[in-house]
Write a new protein. Structure first.
Length: 203
């Protein structure tokens, strides 16, 4: 008769602990909702008038949760005033295809997330000294980064002209809310407006 194994189960042989991935996904979704709420409010109110309570209410979370993830108001809005992550996605295409990519990125961001990766710069005058921070971040994280991608003696001028063209589209789509423009399919906008932006990028 074979012996019965009576060895106690160890953590290595016990059932695995529940996967923590859903918790991580929930945390990331919560942080993303808080950032969206803060960006929405930043585009509509002066920095001095913004509160963590207002951000929490718009995000559908409690104020202590905002503090848990971001620490304090200054830390949260320092993150919101950064263009670093947005610029990485906005400029993520070969230079010869960058104009259409940037147009698509702006329009899809407006349609799907109600957020424009560069349009926040239009609200810098609302924020006093914090507006200077917004301008400085835009200059270093977006304009200079694009100019470095382009190269050439007039790279900075081309970068600024391309971004000016892109911002015009963002203003008409997201602020003026042009009805005809917003009714167009994304790829039609890209086809018609992408070459306009690309023309500024090309030497």
């Amino acid at each position: 008769m074979s012996a019965v194994n009576t060895t106690p189960r160890t953590p290595a042989t016990a059932d695995a602990a529940p996967d923590s991935a859903p918790a991580r996904r929930d945390a990331e979704a919560t942080k993303a909702a808080i950032l969206r709420a803060a960006r929405h409010l930043l585009a509509r109110h002066a920095h001095a008038d913004l509160t963590l309570k207002a951000v929490a209410e718009r995000a559908g979370v409690s104020p202590p949760l905002v503090l848990k993830y971001f620490g304090n108001k200054d830390a949260l809005f320092a993150r919101v005033m950064s263009f670093e992550e947005d610029a990485a996605a906005l400029l993520d295409a070969p230079v010869e295809e960058l104009g259409p990519h940037m147009v698509r990125h702006v329009v899809v961001g407006q349609r799907e997330r109600g957020a424009d990766p560069v349009l926040r710069i239009a609200f810098a005058p609302l924020h006093g000294d914090h507006g200077d921070v917004l301008r400085a971040n835009f200059r270093t994280q977006v304009t200079e980064r694009l100019a470095a991608r382009l190269g050439g003696p007039d790279a900075r001028q081309r970068a600024e002209l391309a971004l000016a063209t892109l911002l015009g589209l963002g203003v008409m789509f997201g602020i003026a809310r042009g009805e005809a423009l917003r009714a167009m399919p994304v790829e039609e906008i890209v086809e018609r407006y992408g070459p306009t932006v690309q023309a500024q990028l090309t030497p």
